[in-house]
Design a protein around this ligand. Sequence first.
Ligand code: HSE
Length: 308
Amino acid sequence: MKTVRVFAPASVANMGCGFDVMGFALDDIGDILEMTATDGEGIAITNRTDIPLPEDIEANVITPVIRKFFEMTGLSGHIDVSVCRKIFPGSGIGSSAASSAAAAFGMNELFGRPLSGDDLVVCAMEGENLASGGYHADNAAPALLGGIILIRGYEPLDLVRLPVPDDFYCTVVHPRIVVSTKAARDVLPKSVPMHDAVCQWGNVGGLVAGLYSGDIALVGRSMKDSVAEPYRKHFIPDFDDLREAALKAGAIAMNISGSGPSVFSLSADLETARKVGAVMREHFSEREIRSDIYVAKVASTGARPLEP
Ligand code: HSE
């Protein structure tokens, strides 16, 4: 019998222009799992948090991740999982990815690390598929590997670790409205007009170049989304006014975090990041929507073991 306790962080997907191909990890916010392997077969999941989670293990993202790990390694065992800390589902900061990443990472720790970090992302994507009906790694990859990750390609998975500028503060505001990833994906059209595609790939190139050169202004003006935001911004009350207020308060960019409803901004110093957070919270409270704020540097570390 072996037990591990593991953490995987929240993450911000898309980074504006990088729908399904870019994301970064956040410091300290995330999920904690305790996992025990014994002889035999089967999966049991116990929820030790006060966040409601599905009782049927087939509806929990952890289950397909464990199965994928066994499929990829040829190993077997009975796995007991205790969910000890959980990001609120539907918050838009990679709740399902944090569980999926922690489960994949924990399995690797339990069985002597047979898989690489990139292989663990493949396992974690099974959880993302259960949650949203699509194989995307823009939360799962940064949750496992930390930092800012570009998914250059999915077939095969080709992950690129991008440089994180030194002074890069993220403000995430989670308004207390629920938008499921599935609903936010269902609202997207199946094809993209050429003009929008041209804008998007110009911006993705600009964002990557800005991160490599440390040109924060270039990063900011590249974080524009012509593909998903026009269809999703209606989930967030008066989104355009919110962005205007955040930019006026000094943010270099403000976008929907993943599929929402959280929004995030990037700022070049901590003081501005806090000021932008206050302005965004004010926007929601004026509309009688409670919100939670997280201000953190982009985290360079992803999933990790904790002391038992
Ligand atoms: N890239 C995904 C989406 C992230 O925007 O649907 C989900 O959090």
